[in-house]
Structure formats: structure tokens, C-alpha cells
Design a protein. Structure first.
Length: 281
């Protein structure tokens, strides 16, 4: 038996769940896990199903299920559970998020393939190559930004990349690239925004005496740091913590939140509904 993941997003209407179940059964499947949600704001219906079936043609199963649900004009995805999406990681100089993702990937805890890492600096080259992963140095300046992004798009095609992870990549992506990769670029940053912008945000937070620090992972859009949120977390801090201590604690939260968001996306547990997400965790 083979296990499959089916995700569907469409306008909500009577009979969707019945049609999906009939399609799975007709394809010889047995449903093992099912999560669904109807969003009252957007009117969208989202469902994620894990089912088992005899090993056979994925295309045949897709055609059988799609024939049952096509009248709902769904956003439809069917894959084998064993399929691992290919992620391109991007980083600048801070390596804590990259290191965590590589560690989890090497231990088999992260259900992705990492064919390469792209950076606008060479600082993380040794770390990446030590894991047997290709490292691509792609410098970016105001004068070369268009050329660099054109090369990045070539790399996405050459390596059949499914999604991109900005593991503390400190460059703003162009609106065009954000549109091309809509819903397929994940970013991480501290949760102080829109406050404490710019350099040393944790030191700014220390000066204001904050009592909570955290991190936010979200999809990248043309609106800087305002994309649909996938995962967040916070930790409490006290007056005795130094500014550097806050930065260390913040880095820990960033690692955990980004890894959680990457796992959720890789397992097809995130559905976009307008400017928000539905997360089947």
C-alpha cells in the first residue's frame, strides 16, 4: 500500500466532502486522516486528506478524484506521502536558522530535499558544503539586483525547486519575484515589526523594557513583512536579561518558528485564504 496526501481549496458549496470521499473510494483509497475548514470571511473551503491505496498510477488516482470534484473548480494537489518537496535555502551572514534547518534535514526530521543554498555572502559556504550541499554565491547590489534575480530564477528552474526559504536572507526581493513565487517563499523575522525596525532590534526592545520577544514566519509578498502568517511564538523576558541575552533568546525562537513553518508547508498543511492562512497542524 502507498500513502497519499490530497489537498483541495475551492469556493465552499454543499456536496464537496461527499464528492472527495467518493473520488478517494473510487480510486481504491482508504482515508486515514482528514482536516477541513470553511472560512466565513473568504467563503473558501480547505481540506487535507491522507489516504492509503494500492501502489499504482498517481496520474490515474488524480484523474479519478478530479473527475468527482471538478465541478467545484478546485485548487487541487495530490502527491505520494514519500515525495519530498525541493527547497532552496537563502541566507546572508546570520547562520542560526540555516544551521537548524540543515541539522533537522540531516537527521531526517525535515521532510524536504535541499539541492542548494544561495547566499549574497560567502560566510556560510563551509557550513553548507560540509553537509554535501551545493553553495551558490550570488552577490547583490543596487546595480546588479535585476541580474541576480534573473540568475536566481534560472536556479529555481534548473533544480526543480518547489519553494524557497529565507533563512535570514537580508535582501528585499523584487515585486516581480514575489509574484512569480507567490505562496512559495517563506521568511522569518522578529515579531517586533512594525516597531523596532532596522539595526539591532533586540537592543531597541531592551531599551524599551519589553517583556515578550518572539518570531514570525510568513509567506513573502510585495508588501514587505506583511505576508500571510504561518507560525509564531514568543518567550517571556525579565528586567535582568541583557540586550545581548534578548538577542540570543530571539535567535532561538526564530530557529524553532522557521523550522515549524517549513515543516508545515512541506507537509501541505498550510492553505492560503486571502491574506491569512489555514494551518492543519
Amino acid at each position: 500500500m502507498e500513502e497519499f496526501i490530497l489537498t483541495i481549496r475551492c469556493d465552499d458549496a454543499p456536496g464537496i466532502v461527499l464528492a472527495i470521499a467518493e473520488g478517494v473510494v473510487e480510486a481504491g483509497g482508504n482515508i486515514l486522516e482528514s482536516d477541513q475548514y470553511s472560512d466565513v470571511i473568504t467563503g473558501l473551503f480547505c481540506i487535507r486528506i491522507r489516504f492509503e491505496a494500492q501502489l499504482g498510477s498517481l496520474d490515474s488516482a488524480r484523474a479519478t478524484i478530479m473527475a468527482k470534484v471538478s465541478r467545484f473548480e478546485p485548487n487541487f494537489l495530490l502527491r505520494t506521502l514519500s515525495h519530498r518537496p525541493r527547497a532552496l535555502l537563502m541566507v546572508s551572514k546570520y547562520d542560526h536558522c540555516l544551521f537548524d534547518l540543515l541539522y533537522r534535514w540531516q537527521r531526517g526530521e525535515m521532510p524536504i530535499e535541499i539541492p542548494l543554498v544561495v547566499s549574497n555572502h560567502n560566510d556560510c559556504r563551509e557550513l553548507v558544503e560540509r553537509h554535501g550541499i551545493e553553495f551558490v554565491h550570488l552577490p547583490v547590489s543596487a546595480a546588479t539586483k535585476t541580474e541576480a534575480e534573473a540568475r536566481l530564477l534560472e536556479l529555481l528552474t534548473e533544480h526543480a525547486i518547489d519553494f524557497v526559504v529565507l533563512a535570514r536572507y537580508m535582501q528585499v526581493l523584487s515585486d516581480d519575484l514575489c509574484r512569480v513565487m507567490s505562496g512559495r517563499i517563506i521568511n522569518i523575522h522578529h515579531s517586533f515589526l512594525p516597531g523596532f525596525k532596522g539595526a539591532k532590534p533586540y537592543h531597541q526592545a531592551y531599551e524599551r523594557g519589553v517583556k515578550l520577544i518572539g518570531a514570525t514566519a510568513h509567506y513573502v509578498t510585495a508588501e514587505l513583512d506583511e505576508g500571510p502568517i504561518i507560525a509564531q511564538d514568543v518567550v517571556r523576558v525579565e528586567h535582568a536579561h541583557s540586550a545581548d541575552g534578548l538577542a540570543i533568546m530571539g535567535s532561538d525562537v526564530e530557529r524553532v518558528v522557521l523550522s515549524r513553518a517549513v515543516r508545515l508547508h512541506a507537509e501541505d498543511r498550510v492553505a492560503l485564504v486571502g491574506s491569512r492562512t489555514v494551518v492543519f497542524d
